[in-house]
Ligand binder design. Structure first.
Ligand SMILES: [Zn+2]
Length: 142
């Protein structure tokens, strides 16, 4: 046994049979290796993403499906930070899906007509009620 030595990653004391041992265990050795190669690993990950766009998209889709609230929050934050891009995306989508836009507009205008009708009926009912109340209170001579 040689030691105690201090771990080159966590600084903790450790003993080793090997004189060249620098880390207290596999965990610290791996972490130190990862940190030393951070840029290289990042570049590798970037290259993999560039080479596998379909897999990246599938992963993103799976994540969004598993974390709908987080995904929506991210989307909202992104739209807020990139209003021009968000608008451009929306425009592009509308141009690519004119039939859906038409259906949506149709739906909206149908709703508007329904709302107008409801408002008119409510106003009529209100007027009728007022007339009844006026008659009952004797404001209008019967
Ligand atoms: Zn350690």
């Amino acid at each position: 046994m040689i030691g105690p030595k201090s771990c080159a990653h966590c600084g903790g004391p450790f003993e080793s049979k090997r004189r060249t041992a620098r880390f207290c265990g596999a965990k610290c050795r791996n972490r130190a290796k990862r940190e030393a190669n951070r840029e290289k690993l990042r570049a590798q990950a970037r290259a993999w993403r560039a080479a596998n766009p379909e897999k990246v998209k599938a992963q993103q889709r799976a994540w969004r499906a598993a974390n709908p609230e987080k995904a929506e929050a991210k989307r909202r934050a992104w739209r807020k930070a990139n209003p021009e891009k968000a608008e451009a995306q929306q425009r592009a989508w509308r141009e690519a899906n004119p039939e859906k836009v038409g259906a949506h507009r149709q739906h909206q205008s149908t709703n508007r007509v329904k709302q107008d009708n409801r408002a008119r009926i409510a106003a009529d009912q209100h007027a009728a009620m007022r007339a009844v109340q006026e008659i009952l209170s004797g404001t209008i001579p019967t």
